[in-house]
Design a protein around this ligand. Structure first.
Ligand SMILES: Cc1cc2nc3c(=O)[nH]c(=O)nc-3n(C[C@H](O)[C@H](O)[C@H](O)COP(=O)(O)O)c2cc1C
Length: 193
């Protein structure tokens, strides 16, 4: 698929068929995450790829899916055949930025979150390129994921990326806001003129 079509077609999908994702496609999607830029080439991004129904059901439980379903939403995490739990490790960046060619002051911006965002987008786009769809649930909404998956102390969970074959769905509340018009976020040459 042309890159511009991937960019145009991508949207967050929260409803999936339950059939599995082709393992070769999943490998390509996961590999795409490793092609992203990372600050100082620190590479402090990790993924936990979850396909087992038991663990996906447990993650859905931690995310409070039963509550959404009771409020009339469709199951999201429990139905999605793949969860990629996206993690970042701040210590990896601290140690890289302590090296002689780097300045620790540069970590005034916590670059690990930026790198996590870059990996997130690559995964979302790679899923579209495979004819699949993906969605993202921020880790703020999933307490207990580190214990469930044995994620070591010091590794921060960014969130859960769901991947699968999309089903039609009602637009989420955020999507109903519509996109900010192009002219409002692009400034030409100077912010205020
Ligand atoms: C950093 C980030 C965090 C997000 N967290 C959530 C989330 O926790 N739950 C959710 O349903 N959607 C989440 N989203 C999806 C946004 O709501 C969605 O990207 C936005 O409404 C635009 O829709 P689109 O991506 O389909 O174009 C998140 C997106 C980003 C980039």
């Amino acid at each position: 698929m042309e890159h511009r079509d991937v960019v145009r077609r991508r949207r967050m999908v929260r409803r999936y068929r339950t059939d599995p994702v082709d393992p070769a496609a999943l490998e390509r999607i996961v590999a795409a995450a490793g092609r992203g830029p990372t600050a100082g080439n620190a590479g402090g991004i990790s993924l936990v790829a979850v396909t087992s129904q038991e663990t996906r059901t447990a993650l859905a439980g931690l995310a409070g899916e039963a509550g959404w379903v009771a409020r009339g939403y469709q199951p999201w995490l429990s139905a999605a055949p793949v969860h990629l739990v996206l993690c970042v490790e701040p210590a990896t960046y601290r140690s890289r930025y302590a090296e002689p060619d780097k300045d620790p002051a540069a970590l005034a911006i916590p670059w690990w979150w930026v790198d996590g965002g870059a990996a997130l987008l690559l995964i979302l786009q790679a899923a579209v390129d495979e004819g699949l769809a993906a969605g993202f649930l921020g880790a703020h909404a999933v307490a207990g994921v580190t214990d469930l998956l044995g994620i070591p102390k010091g590794v921060e969970v960014v969130g859960i990326i769901t991947i699968g074959h999309p089903l039609p769905e009602a637009p989420a509340s955020s999507a109903r806001r519509g996109r900010r018009p192009f002219g409002e976020f692009v400034h030409r040459e100077h912010w205020g003129r």
